[in-house]
Design a binder for this molecule. Structure first.
Ligand SMILES: [Zn+2]
Length: 277
């Protein structure tokens, strides 16, 4: 082989290497605790596609995306991404959590075993909640730092296994903040109101707010609601007031975070000092 063709082949191989490198997206950067109940916010090269456990996830035009793991999520997951031709992947391993047991006495019996007559109403409430949480929007408020939506004493945490009047019921998925009826409830980050209902059976005055890409906040047991469906709200705006409506034993706000149907832990989104009140 002469020198010219050797030089040409070297050049070709360098160019090929450069091209294949430019077709690879670097691994996404993830923000959030890798544990059950966690919301993970992430960034990747714009234009890349992303899959979690084989299911495609929406990515913003500037490369942001988000996903979450439920209370009892499996511990091993796979994140894949692809820019142009090459699909790459990384494992995600979650830390398992332990949850408290919470026994609540003095709950009105109609909330422990709802009478036949209200079952249709409960199903209708659940449909409306599911529809609101299925909202797909391009809002990017979920990227902001969340603040506590109300002042008060933390009276319930995410994940507790619950017994009402001694009977086992579903775990608790919210962060409870106890305070007087009328205490203001503010938006923890911006968003758009996707549900405003002043009297659901279990949850009483209920608000759901879309923060984008499947992330939503739910606020329940409200005494008053100050916003309406479709309204844009900014972080810190008053959206309602703490109440004692629905299945409660005293006035409190129950704040929940969802990624679509996955129920996540709001406390993991707050700076730790926000919880020390
Ligand atoms: Zn609660």
């Amino acid at each position: 082989m002469n020198k010219v063709s050797l030089g040409f082949m070297l050049l070709v191989s360098i160019v090929c290497t450069l091209l294949s490198v430019s077709a690879l997206a670097s691994a996404p950067s993830l923000k959030g605790e890798l544990t059950q109940g966690s919301l993970i916010r992430a960034n990747i090269s714009p234009g890349a596609q992303v899959w979690l456990n084989g299911n495609q996830i929406a990515v913003s035009p500037t490369g942001e995306f988000v996903f979450g793991f439920g209370r009892d999520a499996a511990l091993e997951h796979t994140l894949e991404w692809q820019l142009n031709d090459t699909k790459q992947s990384m494992p995600i391993t979650l830390k398992a959590r332990e949850y408290d047991i919470q026994r609540i006495e003095g709950v009105a019996q109609k909330y422990v075993s709802p009478p036949e007559a209200v079952l249709a109403r409960i199903r209708q409430d659940n449909r409306e909640i599911a529809n609101a949480r299925a909202t797909q929007s391009q809002l990017k408020d979920f990227l902001d730092t969340f603040i506590m939506p109300a002042q008060g004493r933390i009276s319930g945490v995410y994940g507790s296994q619950r017994y009402f009047n001694g009977e086992p019921r579903r775990p608790h998925f919210g962060l409870d903040v106890a305070n007087q009826v009328g205490t203001p409830v503010v938006a923890p980050v911006g968003g758009v109101i996707s549900l405003a209902h002043d009297d659901m059976y279990y949850s009483g005055g209920t608000l759901i707010m879309d923060h984008g890409f499947g992330v939503s906040s739910t606020f329940i047991h409200l005494s008053k609601i100050h916003v309406e469906t479709g309204q844009r709200v900014e972080q810190g705006d008053v959206i309602g007031e703490i109440g004692a409506t629905g299945r409660v034993t005293g006035p409190h706000l129950d704040w929940r975070i969802n990624w679509y149907k996955e129920r996540l832990d709001p406390a993991l989104l707050l700076e730790s000092e926000a919880l020390d009140n």
